[in-house]
Design a protein around this ligand. Sequence first.
Ligand code: C2E
Ligand code: MG
Ligand code: MG
Length: 555
Amino acid sequence: MDRTPDDLLRLLAERTADVYWTTNDRGILTYVAPQVVVLTGRQPNELIGAPLQALVCEEDFDEAASLQRAIMERRTTCTVAYRLKRTVGEPVWVEATVHAVHSPERALTGFVGSWHDITERRRIEVAFEHQAYHDSLTSLPNRRLFEDRLTIALAQARRLRAQLALLYIDVDRLSRINDTLGHNTGDEVLRTIGRRLSSGVRASDTLARLGGDEFVLVASNLRHVEDTVRIAQLLQHKINQPLTTSKQELFITTSIGIAVFPQDGGEVGSLLASADAATRACKRLGGNGWYLHNSSVNERAMQRLAVEMELHRAVERSEFLVRYQPILGVAQQQITAVEALVRWQHPTRGELLPVSFLEVAEETGLIIGMGEQVIQSACAQARAWLNEGWESTSISVNLSARQFEHPKMLELIDHAVLRHRVPPSVLQIEITEGTALRDLPRSIEVFGELRKRGVRVSIDDFGIGYSSLGYLKELPVNALKIDRTFLTGIPQGRNAAIVAAVIAMGHALGLEVIAEGVELPEQMEFLREHACDVCQGYLFSKPTTAEEIMRMRRG
Ligand code: C2E
Ligand code: MG
Ligand code: MG
């Protein structure tokens, strides 16, 4: 039987390895060769009438679309690679070749095309690519990939004005292991080190092996230089675990040099050189440690870490005590309340003021434990004063942002007032403007909760944070504490106008106004003239003991 050209064409289409297909002008499949079953697991009759696009993996829609567009515009044949979905298993990579078909009047009537399976080729390409950018021993990124990633991270840090650290990790005495136990053992050790280091880094940071016994870590989005030390310590802790090789148990140590962008270098090369220099400095000091390139930072970091460690102990052993500063009525000059101010009774350095530890406490979260002790002490003191007959006692307690945002904050206060059997109304909570405005809707809610219990709320250090005053009418607060910096120069100067305005505004909003940091009689006089409600400051008393407060009250 003679075959028509059509038959021959079909035969050809259905006997080759490639899968031929045709669509109409809108990309709806009008024919697809039976071999499509091998490629996708679906029969031609399931596919004809459906859009060709439906077979393409979503991730590759852009490629498929660009192909279509290119053809429409240039009216020629085009080739592109994309993935086709399969009924079972991983998608297949195909190279699609497409040709637009036009009527004699040059109108588009449809497309003819073919799919050529390139899955195996892709697999090899990917493996090659991996090999080009990874270290074959540890599978970690190699120097090339590391430099690419660092370049990108530096550009990002520059844009966000963020800090970035480079940790240069050098294995101590690896050459001795190689010499005495052989290179296979050395390789084994390096692989284990690579694994241990990987387990200690965030997914967003790049850990690479530069070769030999050198690893590097790029740590982005640093808040503090001191955080790098914490990272270095964590990595060293992991590395220092005993390592059992096929020959014997080894104890591995590392020297970590740390350089920080932008201080220690602005480019890949300079930053790497700084980190390398720090590693060598660390080695000179005997290895098995970390060293920051900028040595003044070394000292600061050490100090900070020391404070941090001691603070842990302070919270555990309740080394905090509370001083009370009297708050007096401006008109009657009588103590109406006190502010509780925390002190750290340091075992060797004596009584420390909040400036030397509050920031570290806040950043490490230790402020929660510390604050709990302050609230407990304040409530215990309120109980004692009530017992002594001071009926109207009122104690202000400061809460930092971290404390205020803590989910258990209200519970903590409830627990303290219950335990010491004091009415919640003896407490006044002081929050700075900055803390209150971090999440205004939540602040409104929490302030409401406090007020419901009878706890009073005041805005501390008022005036230094924000220019917008609109938030004040929304927040259910009782009092404003004018920041003490506004009292300098009073009664002269611009501060006088500001203080007078804040008092007037506070009163207009129905709030009590407190002046902090009153040191001079003329400041007091000014406050009296402008009808400020209460004040506190060295003019009357520094923060002092509870007994002294009682003595002053009896006066
Ligand atoms: P603050 O709440 O604004 O407390 C007032 C600070 O001004 C206190 O410093 C007080 O000793 C000082 N001061 C009072 N009168 C005068 C004065 O006439 N002249 C001068 N120059 N200073 C005066 P302190 O006790 O060192 O506390 C500093 C800050 O630490 C407090 O500022 C508060 O924000 C924070 N703080 C204190 N105790 C606690 C606490 O228990 N928890 C929390 N979260 N923060 C606290
Ligand atoms: Mg305060
Ligand atoms: Mg204040």
